[in-house]
Design a protein around this ligand. Structure first.
Ligand code: COA
Length: 251
């Protein structure tokens, strides 16, 4: 098994490896491969290493810059990380993580790394939870950091905007809400995991009577086109609702 930086012929294999590896991961977003593609397009894929066995890409790790609200620079986010299921448990993931950390620390002079993942796995590499370091989009115990030098920063950590992605199923639900838009909210199955994920992301807000309303300002961060469609629909429906008032005023 060899670990090396990605080259342009690896892009498809990296996407496929990521999709297949994350299929059974309980916290998968279904957008992990899109994140890697968008990081690459934004020139923010600081480190991208592949694990190769007999010429086949079987694993991948991505590293990208993060921002921290206290102004600390040179910290990076690890992930997505994937190993094809038939190659898991052979130490490949561990080697990718160590190689990725070494690149950040020694190759680009990074001061530390963060990631979202299970503590019992990542503690093997020195990651730990630091209460003063917060990522608002996940439970605090899953947000882990590894300082290489200096003090641990104190603040809110934001991953690159490429991490703000909507899965196709999430876009479908958003479109349903846009189509059925009503001022008092749209009735939805709140047990539906996709609806729940959109509520967690803050894109939908729960209303009484099993209804949800859209928050276009939050949606804008994930998908500006769907956000402007929502705004358009809201304005259009607002006019419909205002008409009876206008009629009453005029009469
Ligand atoms: C996580 C992943 C990259 C590890 O790759 P790997 O090649 O299997 O890792 P290694 O062989 O070096 O290490 C395997 C060890 O990690 C443990 N491990 C793997 N995933 C774990 C998880 N989600 N939680 C806790 N431990 C985990 C295994 O139980 C195994 O432990 P053992 O050696 O004591 O049996 C791989 O399992 C994978 O692609 N998973 C799906 C995608 C994913 O979960 N990505 C990371 C999200 S944070």
């Amino acid at each position: 098994m060899k670990i090396r930086p990605e080259n342009k012929d690896d892009h498809d294999a990296i996407s496929k490896t990521t999709i297949v590896a994350y299929e059974d991961y309980p916290f998968r977003q279904e957008t992990e491969h899109q994140i890697i593609d968008d990081l690459r397009k934004a020139d923010a894929l600081t480190v991208s290493l592949v694990a190769v066995v007999e010429g086949q890409v079987v694993g991948h790790i991505a590293v990208s810059p993060v921002t921290i609200s206290d102004g600390t620079s040179d910290w990076f986010g690890l992930g997505p990380i994937s190993v094809l299921p038939e190659f898991q448990g052979l130490g490949i993931g561990g080697k990718l993580i160590k190689a990725g950390l070494s690149r950040v620390m020694n190759g680009i002079g990074g001061r530390g790394c963060v990631l979202v993942g299970p503590p019992n796995f990542y503690c093997m590499f020195g990651f730990a939870n630091y209460p003063q370091l917060i990522h608002e989009d996940c439970p605090q115990e899953l947000f882990l950091a590894l300082p290489f030098k200096g003090r641990v920063p104190c603040g809110i950590v934001k991953f690159h905007p490429a991490f703000m992605q909507l899965a196709e199923v999430e876009k479908d639900v958003v479109v349903d809400v846009i189509i059925d838009y009503a001022m008092a909210g749209v009735k939805m199955d709140l047990e539906n995991p996709t609806v729940q994920r959109l509520i967690e992301k803050g894109i939908l807000m729960e209303m009484p009577g099993h209804k949800v309303i859209m928050r276009p300002a939050v949606l804008e961060e994930y998908d500006p086109i769907l956000a402007s469609l929502t705004q358009f629909r809201m304005t259009e429906m607002g006019r419909v609702h205002k008409n009876p008032f206008m009629a009453a005023i005029r009469s």
